[in-house]
Design a protein around this ligand. Structure first.
Ligand SMILES: [Mn+2]
Length: 427
């Protein structure tokens, strides 16, 4: 009876059996390329029309592991090719240094306690946008096996359950139109709800726990990020989103508050003019150099201006296409270095609509041309690999919008992205 090897076991056997002399594999590849000789059976099966990529894959497998790509090389390449982030419309991005986020051992960051503990905070806020079902996001993420996954990643779990929020009523105070020319729908309900989120996230961060916030719509991040900034003031925010979320009641075309959390945190609107948000005047403001965007592809005109005026580092899908997600994440993480060169604590605010609707269809504001399945994971892995991630929002999963397999697929992806950010690795 023949023995079956798992792919990993087979690969390691292949490695131990075949020990080519240094440079032999490269020499073999060179020879193959120069002569065009067919050196294995796979190549014999190729048709003459096989494209270049297929031809390359017919190179003999010699057991030599692929050379490991390091971010220092990428930085050197950008320098060599005269890469200038300002010219590329990336705001104030500065690309330098040799930060290596590919280390295999990820340590617990100094601002988290050991043993590492994750506080799971359900924030089923849905009044920042118009669609029913966003409030089921936290439950469906849990149903995908979130806790088991985190336990397997050696986290201790401190599950705070789901917060409860009031519903808007006819008597809620609204914006005074003589003071603010604009709309912030349900601001009283959203503001009160965000205060609850803020308090609970602050409690977790103060206890040196990893704060994992399950949305809910993206308005909730004004509550969670402001709490993180209160506990860990230098935190850098990686905002993964199709949208800028930089609106204010004055600039917002829709008046939906899930498009305003960064506008609020940057202090672009006086919170005392927003009923429900009076408490926000006492929370730390976010500095533009503490934010980096990844995955943008749908900005309002006002948001585009804010990104440019405040020199916010922003990597749109155009930059993902041009540089590849590996380089984009290197640059994004680099951009969040403090002036003294040290790394900030990181908060990952992951809007599932950053991912392409073919992969994550069950969300409120779909825009085509987003991160593909692997790119979406890479973003989370790269941030997790820094060893500096201390909190995360996963928002805008709405199981009602595409019920059935599509909503399951979206929620499962959200859960997997959390796992990736919190330590899951392929190998
Ligand atoms: Mn968003």
């Amino acid at each position: 009876m023949g023995r079956t090897l798992t792919p990993v076991a087979a690969a390691s056997r292949a490695r131990t059996r075949v020990k080519p002399a240094v440079g032999a594999a490269a020499a073999a590849r060179r020879r193959w390329r120069v002569s065009g000789a067919v050196t294995d059976r796979t190549a014999l099966r190729k048709t003459p029309t096989a494209n270049k990529r297929e031809q390359a894959s017919t190179q003999p497998i010699t057991g030599e592991p692929p050379r490991r790509w390091r971010s220092t090389e990428a930085s050197a390449q950008h320098a060599k090719h005269g890469f200038n982030p300002e010219q590329m419309g990336m705001g104030g991005a500065v690309v330098h240094g040799n930060y290596d986020h590919l280390g295999e051992e990820v340590e617990v960051p100094p601002f988290l306690r050991v043993p590492k503990t994750a506080s799971i905070i359900g924030a089923p806020m849905s009044w920042g946008q118009p669609r029913a079902g966003t409030d089921q996001g936290s439950q469906i993420l849990r149903a995908c096996g979130l806790e088991d996954n985190l336990l397997a990643l050696e986290w201790r779990i401190d599950d705070k359950g789901d917060l409860e929020f009031d519903e808007p009523t006819r008597n809620d105070p609204a914006i005074d139109p003589t003071k603010v020319q604009g709309l912030a729908k349900n601001c009283f309900t959203v503001g009160k709800g965000l205060k609850k989120i803020h308090d609970r996230v602050y409690e977790a961060a103060k206890e040196k726990e990893f704060a994992l916030i399950l949305g809910g719509d993206h308005s909730l991040s004004a509550g969670s990020v402001s709490a993180i900034l209160r506990a860990r003031p230098d935190t850098g925010i990686i905002w993964v989103d199709a949208h800028g979320d930089l609106n204010t009641p004055e600039t917002s075309p829709s008046g939906n508050m899930h498009g305003m959390p960064l506008g609020l945190m940057l202090g672009l609107i006086d919170p005392t003019l927003l009923p429900g948000f009076e408490w926000f005047k006492d929370v730390p403001k976010l500095n533009p150099e503490q934010i980096v965007f990844v995955g943008l592809r749908d900005l309002d005109a006002g948001e585009r201006k804010i990104i440019r005026d405040h020199k916010i580092t922003a990597f749109s899908m155009h930059h993902v296409d041009r540089f590849g997600i590996g380089n984009v994440m290197d640059m994004a993480i680099e951009s969040l270095r403090k002036p003294d060169g040290s790394m900030r604590p990181l908060h990952l605010s992951y809007d599932i609509d950053a991912v392409d609707p073919e992969v994550a269809p069950s969300t409120g504001t779909v825009v085509r041309g987003g991160l593909n399945f692997r790119e979406a994971h890479y973003v989370a892995e790269a941030v997790g690999n820094t060893g500096m991630l201390g909190s995360m929002d996963l928002v805008e999963v709405n199981p009602k919008l595409a019920p059935g397999p599509e909503s399951e697929m979206t929620a499962a992806l959200g859960m997997a992205l959390i796992s990736s950010a919190m330590g899951a690795r392929i190998i």
